[in-house]
Design a protein. Structure first.
Length: 70
């Protein structure tokens, strides 16, 4: 069975949908398991967390102190 994940391409900023195989029981997959995905938006290879859909190296939220000043 396949399931749909959604991630944002870091190069283009476009939201990308991708289907991944979900054959293994969730209890056997570690939370930090990543799959390689060929991005149709930029044609590059990205590593996406198979559980959360987040990209490898993606931060959950940027603190306000890290925002750029002019």
């Amino acid at each position: 069975m396949q399931r749909q994940i959604l991630f944002r391409c870091p190069r283009t900023g476009i939201n990308v949908q991708h289907r991944i195989d979900d054959e293994r029981p969730e209890s056997s997959e570690p939370a930090d398991s990543y799959v390689s995905v060929r991005c149709p938006a930029c044609m590059s290879l990205h590593f996406v967390n198979s559980t959360t859909g987040k990209l490898l190296g993606e931060r959950s939220a940027q603190p306000a102190s890290m925002s750029r000043s002019a």
